[in-house]
Design a protein around this ligand. Structure first.
Ligand SMILES: Cc1cc2nc3c(=O)[nH]c(=O)nc-3n(C[C@H](O)[C@H](O)[C@H](O)COP(=O)(O)O)c2cc1C
Length: 196
């Protein structure tokens, strides 16, 4: 199984990366082929007026010479795309969100997507101050995105972070993340159903 891990935190050694490392442990223990990239290393043009209309006609001149074609090739080469992101205001971080905004680049005139059939998974960390459960909102948004794109939703691993009024992560969060990595490598979703 080929897995593309896309990191979306400005902190390359932060909470999200730490949780993702457990997913990587699981993936590698099952011999998955893993490519890791940080979205901060890529130049992605924001969407423009009538972007979606242009995208449906595969017209991307207004994107200039950005890195989206490279990123699209990487996604197409993968079986599973894993987005690794802190929760920022109940959503993906800004750079990662711009990247996902541009996923319409993969949609064709008949609304089919070049990402059809690929797995999508999310690894997210959040404050753990559960006034509202931030990670759940983000997972719902990404599951809906997967469905729109004809992708297969594999599930999400999440953990709260150590803060004065947060419970912080426990070993179980990292164990679940490692187990999730093993399952992804076998084409299974978070609850072990073989779907790829
Ligand atoms: C701009 C910003 C917005 C945030 N919004 C939320 C939020 O809506 N819900 C939440 O639980 N945590 C929120 N947080 C906390 C982060 O999700 C948390 O600290 C995360 O673990 C940071 O990940 P990192 O260390 O990988 O960068 C926010 C943090 C920042 C900087």
């Amino acid at each position: 199984m080929k897995i593309l891990m896309v990191y979306g935190s400005p902190d390359g050694e932060g909470n999200s990366r730490k949780l993702a490392n457990s997913v990587i442990d699981g993936l590698k223990s099952e011999n998955a082929e893993v490519e890791e990239i940080s979205i901060y290393d890529y130049n992605i043009t924001d969407v423009w007026p009538n972007y979606f209309g242009d995208a449906l006609q595969n017209k991307f001149e207004k994107a200039g010479d950005d890195d989206m074609p490279k990123l699209k090739d990487k996604m197409i080469a993968a079986d599973v795309i894993v987005l690794v992101s802190p929760v920022y205001w109940y959503q993906l971080g800004g750079k990662m969100k711009t990247f996902v905004d541009r996923w319409s680049d993969t949609i064709n005139p008949d609304f089919s997507s070049d990402l059809k059939g690929k797995g999508l998974a999310l690894v997210s960390t959040h404050s753990g101050m559960n006034v509202m459960n931030s990670s759940n909102y983000l997972q719902l948004a990404m599951e809906a995105t997967a469905r729109f794109m004809g992708m297969v939703w594999m599930g999400g691993a999440e953990a709260p972070v150590p803060m004065p009024i947060s419970s912080g992560p426990v070993d179980g969060h990292y164990d679940i993340a490692k187990d999730f990595g093993q399952k992804l490598a076998r084409g299974e979703n978070l609850i072990g159903q073989k779907i790829l």
